[in-house]
Design a protein around this ligand. Sequence first.
Ligand code: ADP
Ligand code: MG
Length: 457
Amino acid sequence: MNNIWQEFLKIIHEEVGSRVVETWFKAVQFYQWDAPHKTAYLRAPNQFVKDWLTSHYQHLFHQHLGRLLNEKEIRVTFIESVQTTVTPAVVVPSQITEPTKIVPHRPSMALIQKNPRTRDSLNPHYSFDSFVVGPHNKLAFAAANAVTEKPGRLYNPLFIYGSSGLGKTHLLHAIGNHIKKQARSANILYQSADRFVNEFINAIRFDKVYQFETRYKDVDVLLVDDIQFISNKEQTQEAFFHIFNTLHQAHKQIVFTSDSLPCDIAGLAERMRSRLEGGLIADIQLPKLETKIAILRKKAELNNEHLSDEVANFIASHVTSNVRELEGALIRIFAFASLTKQSLTIELAQKVLLRNKTTQQQTLDLHHIATKVAAHFDYTLQEIRSNKRNKDLTLARHVALYFMKKLTTRSLKEIGSFLERKDHSTVIHAYEKIEQYKKNNNPFIEKLSRIEQEITR
Ligand code: ADP
Ligand code: MG
């Protein structure tokens, strides 16, 4: 079920863009598929998210989730997450909303933009103009600008790195858009490394490696997003290495983004690493309060919405994780105000943010979770983080990892490294172990639910 949901998110991501997915769909869980009744039960964190999704995106569930479930017509029913752990047996009818009739409906608000991609897959909304510069991204911004002035001549490659949601993709598109404006005929290619890997695998499968490589030969500017995805993919790295060399020798500009430094990308061939490090490396940090407020102002302005200082300040100090979440919070607040026809006051902002689970999720930190879980199992934090093994301790460690994945928006890598595990597959493994262990094990489910309450209290 989780796979289907992930697949669904990927598909609608293409259709409605990451903003909508992050803001609305990621708040929802695919809870249960009732095959005989062709009903998908989804769990929304609150009534508001549920209403919004039903009124704006019902058609997407119908179309794509239905297809993934191999059904022409499906019913979609939301349950609210009243309890933290609910087993199917205790879903009482009153918790289930009436199945809503599925009517295709198009979003109407300007906020809910589609991802208007051009053929070179550049998103025109991600421009330098809409990018707010602060101390946290000054270097990356300056480097990006310099690159557009003399593509291929100054910093080649440019390597931009920083954690998720801090504006790397935005900046990458901005470079492409800017160069395109100056030189209409320039052949600019934006590609996520993820997609590069997939296309390469397909090329091998269908014996089309030559055609695959040819596609890159006449590119003038190559923008590769999230290059860390080529980690441990030896053959892809090799293909990429050749493409890189050809373009680099011809002074074609190449820009990479990544969530970590080249030297921290696992399973990266030495020669590939030295290529990535061969130009300029620029980082993006978390913005401070003033910059966050400036970003909120900019987003409000772009959406033709008024945002008071007080409300901007509240949102900026409340959302501490990254810019994507910051933007998501703002959109939810605008949406709520518009939906309920209220003016945007601080009380309204509080209401939306404080009752929203995803916002609560970000404020939970890994340290807090590990400490609570350790205490519950009578271990110390050090023991949880150690390599010591015995049945109880291993279980406690798995529970800690499980909640870190479930209750925060941290990446697997961050979670893994918090517990000093080199390989992030440990986190997935722990999560699956716990899910497995939960099956038909009510005492354990109750125990988890108690721990979760302690963590979120
Ligand atoms: P990343 O690629 O680093 O994960 P994105 O580029 O996707 O992050 O940014 C997430 C969201 O935050 C995007 O909607 C982007 O427009 C916005 N954003 C990030 N940084 C800024 C900024 N400095 N100014 C304006 N918007 C920003
Ligand atoms: Mg990105």
